[in-house]
Design a protein around this ligand. Structure first.
Ligand code: FAD
Length: 449
């Protein structure tokens, strides 16, 4: 099993329950010892939740018998049936397999925009969320200390690119953070703080539908977030960002959440892809390769509920990834026991978007909600989806504490003075090429160890 996210963990837990130890050995390759509950990441960035509360332990129960390899898969040789792993100590090992399930998720999608990868922050890992929180608080601290009006202006403007749920929630939650924090900085003019949310698409979160999407947009505008649609970034620099409509915004904070692309691991397979995601059948198998399964954000799983002819692909959501995880486990067990596999079918249950405080929009089973009822549904949904009782308790306690006592806006400085841009946190250059994978498996590679 590669990847311990929504898809991987659900799959492993089900395999452990269904297979006896003498039927199969299960190995999980994962760089971290936790499953990250990504939908709550913006709340970590804004300090509503502590980082630990959404890092759900993989080793909580002694019933778990999976062997966990701490590292990342950097290549797969489908012919030799070997997965090449770089451990967290940078040792490269070949792991042979009979069956492999690929669930390495996705990384932030970037474009060839001058300065983007050098100056933008991502919002895809726990480290990025914790870093952005420190960074935003640091901008307030530095602006407060500065006597230079130009520096102050650039430190108090923030740009988020991406009007999907990840970007919208990030902008909304962080704006709440600066709005509340500025009260502790009597020298700062709150009017100087400006959040920009921009997207090249004509609408925010089109999945919400026109009415709810407009309601979310209106609420964010009332809170002072400047939303620009049909606009992207033309170039990014250390102290300013140029929009495609010609505006130049002085800023030291560019957060890039303009979509995701499948993990670079998928390209090492040298197999067919659909927009970068591995092309699989509806039972999540790789055609032409026995025993290879893929799912979640990294795979293009046909969405049979939307189009029974297989013309649509499941969107990259946790909702699908979790269900695909359980379904793949059933298909692996069926294969092992000589039974036939079943295709994956799941009708989307809707969307919840937490905009901070009592602001939210959600559309459970097609019912449009906004404000407090939407927030109750959003938090209730996420809370119930957290896998362990301890994680549930941590999150609930954090929510209660935050609503009663607020935030102390403490800057921890953990990653201070270290490179912290997109490529530094998402390790996208750690992978092998298909040729390097073959050399490594054949024992002829000259890789650094
Ligand atoms: C800010 C944000 C908010 C979101 N909000 C929502 C929401 O409200 N609702 C919703 O349904 N979806 C939401 N999503 C999307 C959702 O989180 C993803 O679709 C989901 O996590 C996909 O599950 P996955 O298992 O495919 O990947 P992930 O959950 O990302 O898991 C992939 C795992 O693989 C590991 N990994 C990566 N590379 C390797 C490698 N080479 N070797 C081994 N392991 C590897 C990673 O560390 C990770 O643990 C949100 C995403 C973000 C970023």
């Amino acid at each position: 099993m590669v990847g311990a996210g929504f898809a991987g963990v659900e799959c492993v837990r089900r395999l452990e329950r269904q297979l006896s130890p003498d039927e199969a050995d299960v190995t999980l390759v994962t760089p971290f010892s936790y499953q990250l509950y990504l939908p709550l990441l913006p709340q970590v960035a804004s300090g509503v939740l502590t980082p630990q509360s959404i890092a759900v332990s993989l080793r909580r129960s002694s019933r778990y018998r999976t062997r966990i390899i701490p590292g990342g898969a950097i290549g797969v040789d489908l012919k030799a049936k070997v997965c090449v792993v770089r451990t967290i100590t940078d040792k490269i090992v070949n792991e042979p397999y009979d069956y492999i399930v690929l669930a390495p998720g996705s990384v932030t999608r970037t474009f060839d925009i001058p300065g983007l990868t050098d100056h933008a922050f991502g919002m895809k890992t726990l480290a990025e969320a914790a870093y952005i929180r420190d960074h935003v608080i640091a901008q307030l601290d530095l602006a407060d200390a500065s006597e230079d009006p130009a520096e102050r202006e650039s430190r108090l403007q923030f740009v988020v690119v991406g009007g999907g749920y990840a970007g919208t929630e990030t902008a909304a939650c962080l704006q709440r953070l600066t709005h509340a924090a500025v009260q502790r900085y009597p020298r700062l003019d709150p009017g100087l703080i400006k959040w920009h949310l921009i997207d090249i698409a004509p609408k925010l979160m089109p999945e919400l539908g026109d009415k709810l999407g407009r309601a979310a947009q209106e609420r964010l505008r009332q809170r002072g977030i400047e939303i620009s649609l049909g606009v992207s970034i033309a170039k990014a620099g250390p102290e300013e960002v140029t929009f495609t409509d010609g505006r130049v915004v002085p800023t030291r904070t560019l957060i890039w959440t303009a979509g995701v692309v499948a993990s670079p691991l998928i390209a090492t397979l040298d197999a067919e892809t659909v927009k970068g995601r591995l092309a699989v059948t509806a039972d999540m198998c790789l055609p032409g390769h026995d025993g290879v399964f893929a799912l979640g954000d990294s795979a293009a799983v046909p969405d049979l509920a939307k189009d029974p002819d297989g013309g649509a692909v499941c969107p990259p959501t946790a909702q699908h990834a979790m269900r695909q995880g359980r379904h793949v486990a059933d298909n692996v067990v069926a294969t092992l026991r000589g039974r036939s596999m079943r295709p994956y079918v799941h009708k989307d249950l809707g969307l919840v978007v937490d905009l901070g405080g009592t602001d939210a929009v959600s559309k459970p089973l097609g019912v449009e909600l906004r404000g407090l009822p939407a927030q109750v549904v959003a938090r209730g949904y996420h809370w119930s989806a957290l896998r362990t009782g301890v994680a549930k308790t941590r999150v609930m306690t954090n929510w209660l504490l935050n609503s009663v006592a607020g935030d102390d806006f403490v800057r921890t400085g953990f990653q201070a003075r270290k490179p912290a841009k997109l490529r530094d946190f998402e390790y996208t250059d750690a992978y092998l090429t298909p040729d390097q994978v073959r050399e490594q498996v054949a024992g002829t590679a000259r890789l650094e160890q």
